[in-house]
Design a binder for this molecule. Sequence first.
Ligand code: AHG
Ligand code: MN
Ligand code: MN
Ligand code: MN
Length: 336
Amino acid sequence: HSADAQRTDLMTITRFVLNEQSKYPESRGDFTILLSHIVLGCKFVCSAVNKAGLAKLIGLAGETNVQGEEQKKLDVLSNEVFCKALISSGRTSILVSEEDEDAIFVQPSLRGKYCVVFDPLDGSSNIDCGVSIGTIFGIYMMNDNHEPIIEDVLQPGKNMLAAGYCMYGSSCTFVITTGSGVNGFTLDPSLGEFILTHPDIKIPKKGKIYSVNEGNAKNWDGPTASYVEKCKFPTDGSPAKSLRYIGSMVADVHRTLLYGGTFLYPADKKSPNGKLRVLYEVFPMSFLMEQAGGQAFTGKERALDLVPTKLHERSPIFLGSYDDIEEIKALYAAEE
Ligand code: AHG
Ligand code: MN
Ligand code: MN
Ligand code: MN
C-alpha cells in the first residue's frame, strides 16, 4: 500500500513550497509566486538545451558580456527568458544577471519585495559538446520600501532568503534551500512537473573527491598547492583522492553535494579574486553547502560573510564536506 501511496502522493515543488510557506502564516504567497516563475524559466531553458543541437541554438551570439566573454546563443536566450519571467511575476524590484552589466530596476507597476541575482546559463563553455550546464539563482528581500537602489542588492550572502540551481543534464534537477535544509526535485517531462526526489540532502562529512582546474596549478598560492598535493600524495597513509572536474559549476557542485569532497576555484596570480562571481555563483552555492551541513570558505573568511561592493565582483571559493574544508582553513590559517 505504501508504495502505491508514495507513487500517487506527488510532492511537486509548488506543493512543497506551499507546505514550507504555511510555517509563515503572515506570508501572502509572494515567494511561491516568485518561485513558480523561476521554475517556469528553468523548464523553458531545459527544453531549449535539450534541443539546442537541433534548433541551431549552438554557437556564438556574436556579442560579448560584461565579463568579456563571448555570449553563446543560449546565454542570451536564457537571460531573456529569466528576465521576462521574473519581471512578469510582479514580485521583484531589482534583478542582477551575469549577462547584464547593469542591474535591472523593475518598473513601479510591476515591483515586488524581492531582489533576484542569477546566472541564467552556467557552464557555457560546455554547451556545444552537450555536457551538463545549469542555472543558478539567489533571492534577497528588499531592504525597505524606499525607491530601489543598487545597495539593496549588495548584501552579504548570509542575508539570502533562498538559493538554488537547476542542472540540465541526463535529467533536469532543481535543488533549492529556503534556509531550512536542501531539497532536490527532478523534472518529470511527461507531467511537466518537478517532483521531490532528493529530500533533505546532507553532504557527507568527508569525501574522496577533489574538484579543481589543475591547469591553473602554476599560479596557485601556497595553501591551495599544499591542499591539492595532500589530495594526490596523502602523508597519513589514506588513499589518494579522485579528481573530478566538469567545468560547469552547477554540475561540479551537484556531484559534491551528493558524493562529498571539495570544489575549489582558488585565487591565482593571474586572477587574484579567482573567477567565480560572488552574487550569483559563490553565494547561492555557499548557502546550499552550509544548509546541507558543509562549508564554504574564501581563503580568508566564511563565504556568506563577504559583503560585495560591485555587482560582478569575484571571489576565490573552497566549498564542500565539512571536515575537508576544515583542512583547507587550517592551511590558510597557518600561512597568516
Ligand atoms: P559561466 O559559464 O556562467 O560563465 O560560468 C562558468 C564558470 C563555472 O561554471 C565553472 O566552474 C568555471 O567557469 C570553469 O572555469 P575554468 O574553465 O576556468 O575552469
Ligand atoms: Mn559566462
Ligand atoms: Mn557561471
Ligand atoms: Mn553564465
